[in-house]
Design a protein around this ligand. Structure first.
Ligand SMILES: *Cc1c(COP(=O)(O)O)cnc(C)c1O
Length: 351
């Protein structure tokens, strides 16, 4: 086994609803607001597409993901060869990291961001520098200061998981213009469909100017396909060709491919569910307790708390399973009645 794995553990999933009920002696219906899934689920057309294709599941899937590739390239008006796929972004992050990093290389990111950037880098024997957040935001100047000759990648999660905050187009462009062009700037936009801000980056525009900019998006969050596993990356063709060398050839299943295509085609449904989520999100910011929240442009809210576990338990008592962090909780936005229960707890909790 690799030396660096000796201090690592498998991903720790939270307790199941049954496990939580036993541990906390609960007598309520539990609902999961812990992993930023879209509770409305995918477009009904996804279910139809899956049913129509059930007879094809004995075939291996097509390795090039041709229909989804074609649909995305039309949707974004980009060259289909600039698309790379993974069984979720999780796998894409793994494949890209495995391709790019050697022993002794370095990546730079922020503290309090998506954990897979760091985890995969460590597996490859790379050094990870995590620059502290600045009031809940990525400190882009701080990240710039850490880039040196050994640095191969920087990771920007925008909007960021778990804080929900975002960096503007101007700030991102200013940052990228100062990054050496042999360092990949990885921009993870897993939540961009929930963003409601004029100054949010147009990352495609930045890619036209800077070939080292890599854009990551997924069908898991807004499109409601977390259980089917497909994410995609847009990058210069030369990078995509390298990553494809080690991509597992059949990672995106037959039903996953038809589901993603159907989901992408139903933009009316996507707009409808994302606007419902945004309406619910705004209601959280009307609360007195919102002074404890970071500003969120996502389908979750980060609540800062000195005693996060007390808040976690108070929310469990009304049925909400949330995700605990050292200095707060992340609460995914659920159905209106679920959010109402959460909001009542937040209003009465003594921070
Ligand atoms: C959820 C998430 C992903 C991974 O999603 P997949 O389901 O693997 O596509 C990637 N980045 C961020 C920031 C996420 O929150």
């Amino acid at each position: 086994m690799k030396e660096q794995l000796k201090d690592m553990q498998a991903y720790q999933a939270g307790l199941s609803p049954e496990g939580l009920k036993d541990k906390y002696n609960l007598d309520v219906d539990l609902f999961k607001l812990a992993s930023n899934e879209n509770v409305y689920g995918p477009s009904p057309k996804v279910k139809e597409a899956i049913q129509e294709n059930l007879d094809r599941i004995f075939y291996y899937p097509e390795t090039d993901v041709p229909q989804v590739r074609e649909a995305l390239s039309e949707f974004y008006n980009i060259n289909p060869k600039t698309l790379f796929f993974g069984a979720g972004l999780d796998e894409a992050i793994l494949t890209i990291t495995r391709t790019e990093l050697d022993d002794g290389d370095k990546i730079v990111t922020s503290e309090a961001t998506f954990g897979q950037y760091k985890r995969n880098a460590i597996v490859e024997g790379a050094e990870v520098v995590e620059v502290p957040l600045k009031d809940g935001y990525f400190d882009l100047d701080g990240i710039l200061n850490e880039i040196d000759d050994k640095t191969k990648m920087v990771w920007i999660c925008n909007p960021n998981n778990p804080t929900g905050t975002y960096v503007t187009h101007e700030a991102l462009e200013n940052f990228i213009s100062q990054v050496p062009d042999d360092v990949l700037v990885m921009v993870d936009e897993a939540y961009f469909e929930f963003v409601n801000q004029e100054d949010y980056p147009n990352t495609f525009e930045l890619q036209d100017k800077y070939q080292n900019v890599v854009l990551l998006r997924t069908f898991s969050k807004a499109y409601g396909l977390a259980g089917l596993r497909i994410g995609y990356v847009i990058a210069d063709e030369s990078h995509v060709n390298n990553w494809d060398i080690i991509r597992p050839p059949f990672d995106i299943g037959v039903l996953t491919q038809v589901a993603a295509q159907a989901a992408l085609e139903d933009q009316d449904y996507l707009k409808d569910v994302t606007s419902k989520v945004v309406t619910e999100r705004e209601k959280f910011y009307e609360l007195e307790a919102s002074k404890h929240f970071y500003d969120s442009e996502t389908n979750f809210i980060y609540v800062k708390a000195d005693r996060p576990h007390d808040l976690y338990e108070a929310l469990l008592e009304v049925g909400a399973i949330t995700r605990e962090f050292p200095d707060g909780l992340r609460i995914s936005i659920g159905f209106e009645d679920q959010n109402d229960k959460v909001r009542r707890v937040l209003e009465s909790f003594e921070f």
